[in-house]
Design a protein around this ligand. Structure first.
Ligand code: EPZ
Length: 416
């Protein structure tokens, strides 16, 4: 099984390009099924999750050609509306296909995606929204059978600003005969990217990025050529990597506005940050002040997907940090692995109490989920001697060539 071997203590120096956003490209690929014309999506990262989504839409009948970071999709030959169980299990994000397959085929059969490493991941909010749009749903034998032939656009409110549920409503309502008004919508930048993509296909959607999204249904969507947004979580991970090691790094092809909540924390903790149009420069002497209380929240609050990485940074900060993970119920599995490296973190329910130490020490560690695994790599970059991070398949779901990028910045890391 592949692993990372890291000899810590190196400073990070240099410039890196940030990959396209996994959590934007996945719904964009689902949205491409809404038209029978050719669609081109650029800035697509080469990741396991993206390639799994390509496999699923190909199995539905779409023709997909990938050339580097460009994916071309033509689904004029779409013939299936069922997402098999093993594929739904392998890729939770296949749940977005509910909205787009329903929007195109008017019926869909998706296996329950089930939980994952970080929580139960129910889809009740998705199903409640579809029911309010008069989609007929029959749940049987672990499958969700949906019929949208009598879908009725309406005004509806999500009980919680779920990213996936917001995306499913947008995907279903884009082709319809009326106006759908979604309140308490998720405000993540990936939702804005989906709106912009759908509108480039001829949809009439407004309000993404706010809690209120208006979708005026159209009869038909056309092909498009679209560039996905940069990955704000990957960018945030490299910013925190620079803070934990010390150094001076320029991140290009980023949207600084997507990272306000992290940037303000890093500045307060002693990092120098310079922001330009699509570039963030960070300088750190590695001497980090603790963060006080950090609460993960829906966007624009502090992102849950950067919680583990900031927790790793807090383990070597001066003072105490209290993390409150308010989004997912099982997002501290990396903590025992951090504590093997000399970190002092105590978890109690949704809280992690972190007492900073001067240095971590290398250890054999095991990644258990995507962002927790990335946090172990960051800790290894700081630690004395050698850290091994096993089960890196979790990490490679979301980070394109993490070892290559870090090596380019001066880290001593190899992938075996
Ligand atoms: C998206 O997941 C992201 N994934 C997650 O990134 C991210 O952590 C999350 O949004 C929050 O920002 C993709 O975009 C592919 P939610 P999603 O629906 O849509 C609960 C990563 O590391 N909930 O906003 O599943 C849910 O259990 C991944 O890249 C329900 O209870 O997130 C969670 O506690 C991890 N019922 C909370 O809401 C539902 O029907 C937020 O979930 C749906 C969600």
């Amino acid at each position: 099984m592949p692993k990372y071997i890291i000899n810590g203590g190196k400073k990070l120096i240099g410039e890196i390009q940030i990959q396209g956003a996994k959590n934007a490209v996945l719904p964009l690929l689902a949205a491409a099924l809404l038209t029978d014309e050719a669609v081109t999506i650029r800035n697509c990262p080469n990741l396991v999750d993206v390639n799994n989504m390509i496999r699923i839409i190909s199995a539905l009948g779409a023709r997909v050609v990938r050339t580097g970071d460009i994916i071309q999709i033509t689904s004029d030959g779409l013939f299936a509306h069922e997402i098999p169980k093993h594929q739904a299990k392998e890729l939770r994000s296949s749940v977005f296909l509910l909205g787009s397959v329903l929007g195109r085929m008017k019926k869909a059969k998706v296996a329950y995606p089930g939980g994952c490493d970080i929580g139960l991941r129910p889809i009740d909010l998705h199903l409640k929204a579809l029911l309010e749009l008069n989609v007929r749903i029959v749940e049987k034998y672990g499958y969700i059978n949906c019929d949208a032939s009598n879908m009725i656009p309406t005004a509806l409110t999500l009980d919680y600003p779920s990213v996936g549920a917001t995306e499913n409503v947008m995907l279903l309502a884009a082709i319809s005969n009326g106006v759908t008004a979604l309140a308490n919508a998720a405000r993540e930048p990936e939702i804005v990217d989906l709106q912009n993509f759908l509108n480039s296909m001829g949809a009439k959607i407004s309000g993404a990025g706010t809690s209120y999204i208006r979708i005026e249904g159209v009869k038909h969507l056309k092909g498009a050529d679209y560039t996905a947004m940069p990955d704000r979580i990957v960018a945030g991970t490299y910013l925190i990597a620079t803070a934990i090691c010390g150094g001076c790094v320029d991140l290009v092809n980023v949207e600084p506005g997507h990272l306000q909540s992290l940037l303000s924390k890093l500045m307060k903790s002693g990092c120098d940050i310079d922001i330009k149009a699509n570039k963030i420069s960070i300088t750190s002497n590695g001497n980090i002040q603790a963060f006080g209380i950090v609460e993960t929240q829906p966007y624009p609050g502090y992102p849950t997907d950067l919680q583990a990485q900031l927790t790793a940074l807090a383990t070597v900060a001066n003072g105490t940090t209290i993390i409150s993970e308010n989004i997912f119920e099982n997002r501290y599995k990396f903590v025992p692995e951090l504590n093997k490296m000399g970190a002092q973190v105590m978890v109690k329910g949704k809280f992690a109490f972190v007492t900073g130490v001067s240095k971590l020490t290398g250890a054999e560690t095991y990644a258990m989920d995507l962002r927790g695994g990335a946090a172990l790599v960051l800790a290894g970059l700081n630690a004395e001697q050698t850290t091994v991070v096993h089960d890196i398949h979790h990490i490679e779901r979301g980070y394109e060539e993490l070892d290559v990028v870090l090596k380019k910045l001066g880290c001593d890391i190899i992938r075996l």
